[in-house]
Design a binder for this molecule. Structure first.
Ligand SMILES: Nc1ncnc2c1ncn2[C@@H]1O[C@H](COP(=O)(O)OP(=O)(O)O)[C@@H](O)[C@H]1O
Ligand SMILES: [Mg+2]
Length: 1081
């Protein structure tokens, strides 16, 4: 056991007391008060040492979850709060690890939770034991055997809706690893009377209702059954349905479970046929039929039901019918047949039904065993679970109670025996002196019941076998004789006068003082029930059935194996099986679960003190506690004890270095606990009184408070100090980092300043050096250059004469010079005449002189012209200007023009101011005459010409009569002249157009003809320009319009060959056309 595992204990956070052993003072009141307190806090489990008391909570508590399984798994029994899982775990581990076969004994009255407890144990073991497909299948089969047995063996009673009506012991077998291998189930004492009769408010076995509710129509038909419960006499009607129970669904569950467990389909069918047959048996009724010799004989009333049963079971109807009417007794090789009266017939019917059912149940158990049987011959470890009735003390107690209570008496005995044995073994193991333990040993009661010579059971058997009239009262009489002196036996007759007044003890009763209390038994029915008689005719009839299952159930009906010896009585059968069971249990390590029912209402949260008190008494729980703490109330391994209480002593706290035992010794001495209060075992400390333990616990609690404060104090101090240290170290770190940063910054700044200063200085220095170097270099260069030049000069001077490099150029230049000289000289000699009109120019001698040659020609020409112009007088200049004007106007436009170029413009051809003939005209004109000549004026009517004198002054032109020489025919100011038209031919015709609306315009335009047309027009143009600053329009075209008075006449010029005359002639063609023929030049 490692130290860590002992950290928790049952003693922690206890509600009330987790272990009754610690109860102080130990009284029934304190016992029940503790149970109640725990129950009120949902603590339904309480220990008495290693015994678990379980109180039925009547509601599901969240304490069976997989988490809980994990919590209790592999933990020590006293480590956690009491739980059925702790017991299951302890048992399983002890089985697996220490190789000890286990049995779990679950007792308690009906409805106390035994069956649930057994299921919880099984499910816990299933959850913690091995895993794997095969193992799981075994587990499944073991668990699924429950629903099957519950359907056939459980019924609703007033105490429990699912009350087991049989005792059950199941051995689960494990291999060496702790994996389940299989199991064996034993059943005890099925309450078969329930088949034929149920007390008020109770039901028959579940299977009947399940079959009728859950079977398909088809199946019901096959079984010849009807769904209606009320059709069957054996089914009580007042509580046929149970609230919260779905019989139909349960039927499916059962069939499914049967399949899992391994029932074949035809087996299941046979079982259900038998169940049906039992139900139908109840419906067979009898009627009396008087016979001659006055003996009552019974007859089956309605043979239909009988017929159906026979069909169902494959029995010949007559055989069964006969078996219900006659009874054959064989004695001394003689067969005597007697008739049965109606009551006997009913008795026989019910006996058959009960037998049939109970044998079927036993068969079922065997069949299940066959399925769940371990498949190996190897040694197995066994865990037995016993779920059996606890003590039953009813108002009326009969044979069944007697048997059950006997069984419980035996269980108590084995409990005491085993507990004491274990106790003693532990003392021996631990080396503690065995002190005698005072306790009540109930073997004397067992003896009263089972003693072979004068025990109650022996008496009963004797009475049953005795020939002659035997009744229940003869049996009682016998008891009175034999057992009268027994201190636990009481009857009205046994103890003379003492009981005569005791009205609680009626005449037909006897009372046994069981270890758990006194029980009054009514003797009525003892004989019958013990005999458990089934007439042989009936068993033979069953054996004859053509139905394999029913045949196998009644082997005693086989006439070949007829046995004249009576079958063992129910009592002796039970005694034997109990003896076997006890023997079996004795070889195993027992684990007890004591179930208690808290109330009679099947209600949660209700705790009825009186009821619990009653159970505590008959379960012998007080006895349990006493036995348990007969010597020492409490024991604990040294390690656990030291671990738990070490803080109570300076030497052991916080660590004890030596042996745990020495530590405990030091501890107990230090605490000054009286020496008689404890004993040192080999591995455990034994504490005599719970008080001592509690004082230890109390001191521990107080000390824990102190320790908690101490731990808190130290922790707080530690926490604060840690924090402080952390902060301090943080501060140092921060400061260090900051200093580093500041220094770094400062250093960087200084460094950069230094670098700047340095760089400036370096720069300044470098520049200075550079300057010096440059200067030096320049000096050197200068010296070098000068040297070089000087050297070069010297060398050139010396070597010039040897150089021809420039010869080419000089030759070239020379040659060019010569050529140019020659060119210019030649040009001089060949210069053309000074006349500007001379176009000649010597040819170009060399191609490269082309542009020069042209330029020289141009210069020459300009010079020549300049020279030429320089000779001119102003008069001549004016003439030339006019000539130039004329050229601009007419050149290349009029064919006449070239011929005019050579003729000088004389202007006044008539010499007006000299010629006397024109003296008068001259005086008339007054202005200076620019031009005067005779022209032809074309007659507008016929195109004939008349001569006129044309005069031009700078302001106007005039036409004067030529003949008279002075008459001015028309005078037109130049400002009124708009345009002049003429042909492009060599003719001298021209038209002068006058502005419309002027006085001159009245006569229309003038069409004139003159050889000197060029001069006239030029002068007219110049005069007009001088006067008006506007150019007179000059139109040169071969066809133009002339305004004659109102008409416009077209003048058209036509070229003719020269042979038609050399002068141009004008002819009027029509009103509109004047045709001028011009000979081509
Ligand atoms: N541990 C438990 N938790 C919840 N309900 C329980 C518990 N034990 C018993 N019961 C209830 O009590 C009823 C009777 O229990 P059962 O085990 O059949 O009693 P017994 O076998 O002792 O006659 C159960 O059907 C169930 O409803
Ligand atoms: Mg039960």
């Amino acid at each position: 056991m490692s130290k860590m595992e002992v950290k928790t204990s049952l003693l922690d956070n206890m509600i009330g007391l987790g272990d009754m052993v610690l109860l102080e003072p130990l009284t029934e009141e304190s016992f029940i008060a503790n149970l109640r307190k725990r129950f009120d806090h949902n603590e339904i489990y309480t220990y008495i040492g290693s015994v678990v008391i379980s109180i039925n909570p009547y509601r599901s508590l969240p304490i069976y979850t997989p988490d809980k399984v994990e919590e209790y798994r592999n933990r020590n029994f006293y480590e956690l709060s009491p739980h059925i899982y702790a017991l299951a775990d302890e048992a399983y581990r002890s089985l697996r690890d220490q190789d000890k076969d286990q049995c779990i004994l679950i007792t308690g009255e009906s409805g106390a939770g035994k069956t649930e407890a057994s299921k919880l144990v099984m499910s816990y073991v299933a959850a913690v034991c091995g895993k794997g497909a095969e193992v799981n299948q075994i587990k499944e089969q073991l668990l699924q055997s429950n629903p099957v047995l519950e359907a056939f063996g459980n019924a609703k009673t007033v105490r429990n809706d699912n009350s087991s009506r049989f005792g059950k012991y199941m051995d689960v077998e494990f291999d060496f690893k702790g994996d389940p291998l299989g199991g064996v189930i034993s059943n005890y004492l099925l309450e078969k009377s329930r088949v034929v009769k149920q007390p008020r408010g109770e039901r028959n076995f579940h299977i009947f209702y399940q079959l009728l509710s859950g079977a398909s129509e088809d199946m019901l038909k096959k079984l010849k059954l009807e769904r209606d419960f009320s059709k069957y006499n054996y089914l009580s009607l007042d509580s046929a349905t149970v609230t919260g129970v779905d019989d139909a669904a349960s039927f499916r569950t059962v069939r499914n479970a049967m399949q899992i467990v391994g029932f074949m389909d035809d087996e299941t069918q046979s079982v259900l046929e038998l169940v049906g047959a039992v139900l139908k048996l109840g419906n067979i009724e009898f009627k009396p039929e008087s016979r001659v010799n006055d003996i009552d004989e019974s007859r089956v009333k309605d043979k239909n039901e009988l017929k159906e049963i026979c069909e169902l079971l494959g029995i010949e109807q007559s055989v069964l019918e006969r078996a219900f009417s006659f009874r054959t007794v064989e004695a001394k090789q003689e067969k005597v047949s007697t008739t049965l009266n109606v009551a006997q017939a009913y008795y026989a019917r019910d006996a058959l039904a009960k037998n049939l059912y109970s044998r079927l149940f036993t068969w079922l158990v065997n069949r299940i065993n066959e399925s769940i049987k371990a498949q190996t011959k190897k040694r197995k470890k066994v865990m037995g679970v016993l779920d059996i009735y606890g003590f039953e003390i009813f108002e009326e107690n009969s044979f069944e109670q007697f048997i059950i209570n006997y069984c419980n008496e035996k269980l108590q005995q084995i409990f005491i025996e085993l507990t004491l044995r274990e106790e003693q073994e532990e003392y021996i193991r631990e080396g503690i002196e065995w002190t005698h333990i005072e306790y009540f040993n109930n073997s004397v009661i067992c003896d009263l019941i089972e003693n072979n010579t004068n025990g109650i059971m022996a008496m009963l058997d004797e009475e049953c076998l005795r020939p002659g009239t035997v009744t229940d009262s003869t049996f009682l009489e016998k008891l009175n004789q034999v057992c009268a002196d027994h201190q636990h036996f009481e009857s009205r007759m046994s103890k003379s006068s003492k009981f005569l007044n005791d009205h609680s003890l009626p005449h037909n009763c006897f009372r046994i003082q069981h270890y758990a209390g006194k029980v009054l038994y009514h003797v009525e029915g003892f004989m019958d029930k013990n005999n458990d008689l089934l007439y042989r005719d009936l068993s033979q009839a069953m054996w004859k059935a053509n139905h394999s299952l029913i045949k196998s159930l009644f082997p005693d009906g086989n006439p070949a194996k007829i046995n004249l010896k009576r079958p063992p009585t129910a009592g002796s059968q039970f005694k034997t099986s109990v003896a076997t069971l006890m023997k079996n249990l004795q070889t195993k390590n027992p684990n007890y679960i004591r179930c208690i029912k808290p109330n009679d209402q099947k209600a949660s949260h209700i705790f009825t003190d009186s009821l619990v008190c009653h159970q505590v008494r008959y379960l012998g729980l007080m006895e349990n506690v006493r036995v348990r703490r007969a010597g020492y109330a409490f024991r604990q391994p040294y390690e656990a004890c030291l671990e738990r209480y070490k803080m109570l002593c300076k030497q052991t706290w916080p660590h004890w270095r030596g042996q745990a035992r020495d530590g405990v010794e030091v501890l107990l001495k230090d605490l000054q606990i009286p020496a008689e209060e404890y004993s040192y075992g080999r591995s455990k400390i034994f504490i005599r009184n719970p008080r001592t333990l509690f004082s230890l616990e109390e001191q521990r609690k107080r000390r824990l408070h102190g320790l908690a404060t101490l731990i808190q104090k130290i922790f707080r101090g530690w926490k604060t100090r840690t924090r402080f240290l952390l902060m301090k170290s943080s501060q140092v770190t921060v400061a260090a980092w900051y200093r580093r940063y500041a220094q770094q910054k400062k250093y960087k700044k200084t460094k950069s300043s230094a670098v700047i200063v340095q760089s400036f200085i370096r720069g300044w220095k470098a520049r200075k050096i550079l300057r010096e170097l440059k200067y030096q270099k320049r000096c050197e260069e200068a010296v070098t250059t000068i040297g070089a030049y000087w050297h070069g000069t010297r060398v050139r001077r010396e070597y010039r004469k040897f150089f021809r490099a420039h010869a080419g150029k000089r030759i070239y230049e020379f040659t060019i010079q010569r050529i140019m000289q020659k060119y210019f000289l030649e040009l001089k000699n060949k210069t053309p005449s000074m006349s500007p009109s001379d176009k000649t120019w010597p040819a170009r001698p060399y191609l490269f002189l082309d542009s020069t040659h042209k330029e020289l020609r141009r210069i020459f020409h300009l010079w020549r012209c300049k020279k030429y112009r320089g000779q001119f007088t102003d008069q001549k200049k004016a003439i030339y200007e006019e000539k130039l004007e004329a050229s601009e106007i007419f050149k290349d436009k009029k064919a006449l023009y070239p011929s005019s170029v050579g003729q000088p413009f004389q202007g006044d051809y008539l010499e007006i101011n000299k010629n006397p003939r024109y003296q008068k005209l001259n005086s008339l004109v007054e202005e200076k005459i620019i031009f005067a000549d005779v022209v032809n004026k074309i007659n507008r009517a016929n195109g004939k010409a008349t001569q006129r004198i044309f005069l031009l002054t700078k302001n106007k032109f005039m036409l004067a009569d030529q003949k008279s020489g002075h008459q001015i025919k028309s005078s037109v100011p130049l400002a009124e002249l708009t345009s002049v038209s003429m042909s492009a031919q060599s003719d001298g015709f021209f038209a002068l157009r006058v502005k419309e609306g002027t006085t001159a315009a009245a006569k229309g335009d003038f069409l004139l003809n003159s050889e000197r047309v060029i001069e006239i027009i030029t002068k007219l143009y110049r005069a007009g320009l001088n006067l008006t600053k506007e150019k007179i329009q000059i139109e040169i075209t071969d066809e133009f319009l002339v305004q004659f008075k109102q008409d416009k006449v077209c003048v058209k010029f036509i070229q003719t060959s020269p042979k038609n005359g050399t002068t141009a002639s004008c002819k009027r063609k029509n009103n509109r056309l004047l045709e001028v023929t011009v000979p081509s030049p």
